[in-house]
Design a protein around this ligand. Sequence first.
Ligand SMILES: Cc1cc2nc3c(=O)[nH]c(=O)nc-3n(C[C@H](O)[C@H](O)[C@H](O)COP(=O)(O)OP(=O)(O)OC[C@H]3O[C@@H](n4cnc5c(N)ncnc54)[C@H](O)[C@@H]3O)c2cc1C
Length: 313
Amino acid sequence: MTTRSAALIAEIRAIIKGRVIAKPPLSHYTSFRIGGPADVLAEPESAHELAVLIRRLHELNVPHVLLGSGTNVLFQDAGFRGVVIRTVAMKGLTIERNGADHVRITAAAGAPLPLVVGRAARDGLTGIEALCGIPGSFGGAVATNAGTGGVSLGDALVRVRLLDGRGKELVLETGDIHFSYRSMELPADATVVEGTVRLVRGDRASVRKALSAAMERRRATQPWRQPSAGCVFKNPSPDNPAGAIIDRLGLKGMSVGDAVVSEVHANFIVNRGSATASDVLALVELIRRRVKDAHDINLELEVRVIGEGPANV
Ligand SMILES: Cc1cc2nc3c(=O)[nH]c(=O)nc-3n(C[C@H](O)[C@H](O)[C@H](O)COP(=O)(O)OP(=O)(O)OC[C@H]3O[C@@H](n4cnc5c(N)ncnc54)[C@H](O)[C@@H]3O)c2cc1C
């Protein structure tokens, strides 16, 4: 460890109670099991620690990136030069009545999305049951506007607490929350601290039924046992899903190194064992070229590529 990084680690340890790790292999923190080392990984335990940390990193001019559960990212093989702030230790969840028919659930950035969805279903609350089975943290789901089949978290979101790049708090309420397909319009460098969804009281049995149906659909159609980062590409349009386009071109099973187009769902690239980020990105380029040549469609990445690399797309 260099003197500079030892000093940085000491600074971070003085700010947060959670884990601070030097040179962590980012492959250990992503569902893809891919990624080189970061300089430092830090796990704040509260919104206050998070704000102080971001403010201090800004003063020191040290780059940082937010990480939730790492289910939608591809870290480059060279890793990330700076601090990866992982939110998993920030897990609070509160529930409040909002009139006779509505309930608001506020979840901290690190709360697992499945926990929030499950809690809503337990109380018979409807609005986010379609998100059942999407892995990841609540903050990651807000940042990426996670969703499926035309429903996204943004539809239910009524409040988002953020920090700007200097650690200053901002609050977005309903009219200020703008989102589109797999994208939340947040100020540059914003960190999601917590979010609030407004749900409607429904029938517990039918909410649970919807949940099980969503889960069964996923199990049947996605390679959920293999390391991946979910869908690699955004759908060009709702009636023209990327997976179907790739499948029709016969690209299932195509591989570069240990990165393979899933046989189960053609919009998933799975890591057969020792895939690198370069393998995945090379495969991404092959798929894009085939789709462009055949249909003149430019596939856009849904997975977020983070870190320094030769082909940062
Ligand atoms: C098997 C599988 C199935 C999936 N199915 C779906 C699906 O149906 N629909 C769907 O939308 N997604 C799906 N995904 C992708 C992923 O689960 C979601 O995008 C999820 O919401 C990401 O949450 P995360 O905590 O893992 O985010 P991460 O992967 O940790 O981060 C994703 C992005 O959000 C940023 N980020 C994370 N936390 C914060 C924060 N607190 N503040 C600001 N930025 C932040 C990161 O910097 C990164 O750019 C799937 C993934 C897998 C592996």
